[in-house]
Design a protein around this ligand. Structure first.
Ligand SMILES: Cc1c2[nH]c(c1CCC(=O)O)Cc1[nH]c(c(CCC(=O)O)c1C)Cc1[nH]c(c(CCC(=O)O)c1C)Cc1[nH]c(c(C)c1CCC(=O)O)C2
Length: 349
């Protein structure tokens, strides 16, 4: 099916665009009252994510309501550990929890490489329904967690400020760590390929906990596996977002992917120098700017667009939108990107 708005895909591939495409990480979710309504009609997040018709509905809400240039499939990065044999719970107001964890070599017997069609069929079905209902309005983004971030949850068993158990394992059980990272990587490649076969137009890898590793360990235990994923996925453009990995930007410039996500601590001009000219950059407005006035949001968004200039860029926040953000403020961000980038790009030509 021909897309009516393919700005995101063209920007990812480095082609000319009339204006900068814009979407928000975590756009499908609690910032929208319409989401909360659907969410309240079921037992919780997991049931919602596992009901393809409802997952498709909340995936499309931000396209209708916020006017973003892409939909991202409603799911979670933690479906991979579940498909590998470690189920998760979503504890209200606290986040994910794994009753079983991996800490040592023998624990690897509890898990397997995911059987994607069988165990994640509900995500693939949600993608198919979403594609049909979007009817080519905007591209659909598929996603997965980066192996290191998934490892961190599987070992730690929950979110954490330090992920000290996961970090300890890199020293105490490095071989088991590599085995687990390898299994996650294989599962993730199968999963992303299945999402693409089901209709995802582009995929993003989230390394949310990149920033807690020292640079040498980041290279050995994270980038190595992200690089395998990038090499395996050639069907659609790939985006890598590694939160806090400011020290790895130069290495990320060598990844076999189209787009690198920046968080809001990463300087834009410095990132362009480090990453080089051959990648699209995505980001990176501070999500807290959306707590400011409409005037402040407009000014900060314009400043960001000026800094990215006429180079390859997809506008986004520097991390997921905070759940208590007012949706009207998100619209100010989206509208400002659309209007101001169109003006910048016509002036520059
Ligand atoms: C680390 C991570 C997770 N999940 C995700 C990441 C990587 C991105 C990031 O760094 O933010 C990714 C994710 N999670 C969700 C999406 C859906 C699509 C989107 O709108 O971006 C995506 C892309 C839905 C979700 N995932 C979750 C919710 C909230 C559940 C609810 O409705 O109560 C949603 C909408 C739950 C979740 N899931 C996770 C946590 C820590 C939590 C609890 C805290 C929180 O709510 O943010 C793990």
């Amino acid at each position: 099916m021909q897309l009516k708005n393919d700005l995101l895909l063209r920007a990812a591939r480095g082609e000319q665009v009339e204006r900068t495409p814009v979407w928000l990480m975590r756009q499908a979710g609690r910032i929208l009252p319409e989401y909360r309504e659907v969410r309240n009609s079921v037992s919780g997040f997991i049931e919602l994510a596992q009901t393809p018709e409802l997952a498709a509905e909340v995936t499309i809400q931000p396209v209708d309501i916020l006017g973003v240039d892409a939909a991202i499939i409603f799911s979670d990065i933690l479906v991979i550990p579940e498909a590998m044999g470690l189920p998760y719970e979503m504890v209200e107001k606290k986040g994910p929890r794994f009753p079983e964890t991996i800490r040592k070599v023998s624990d690897l017997n509890k898990i397997k490489v995911a059987n994607v069609e069988e165990d994640l069929g509900y995500v693939l079905e949600a993608i198919k329904i979403t594609k049909k209902e979007l009817d080519g309005r905007v591209p659909l983004i598929g996603f997965a967690g980066a192996p290191w971030t998934i490892f961190a949850y599987m070992v730690e068993g929950a979110g954490s400020k330090t992920f000290s158990k996961a970090r300890a394992m890199l020293y105490t059980e490095p071989e088991a760590a590599h085995q687990l990272l390898g299994m996650i990587t294989q599962s993730t490649i199968k999963y992303l390929k299945a999402q693409i076969a089901a209709g995802a137009d582009i995929v993003q890898v989230f390394d949310s906990w990149a920033g807690i590793l020292p640079p040498d360990q980041y290279r050995e235990f994270s980038l190595k596996y992200i690089s395998q994923i990038c090499d395996a996925i050639n069907e659609v453009p790939v985006t890598v977002f590694a939160k806090g990995a400011f020290f790895a930007r130069k290495d990320m410039g060598d990844l076999n992917c189209e787009t690198i996500g920046l968080d809001w601590n990463m300087g834009i001009e410095e990132s362009r120098r480090l990453v080089g000219p051959n990648k699209t950059l995505q980001g990176n407005l501070d999500p807290a700017v959306l707590y400011g006035s409409a005037k402040q949001i407009e000014a900060a968004t314009k400043r960001m667009l000026d800094q990215f200039g006429s180079g390859r860029h997809i506008a986004n926040l520097g991390h997921g939108v905070y759940p208590d953000t007012n949706a009207e403020k998100v619209k100010v961000f989206v509208e400002t990107v659309k209007a101001y980038s169109a003006k910048l790009r016509t002036e520059k030509v």
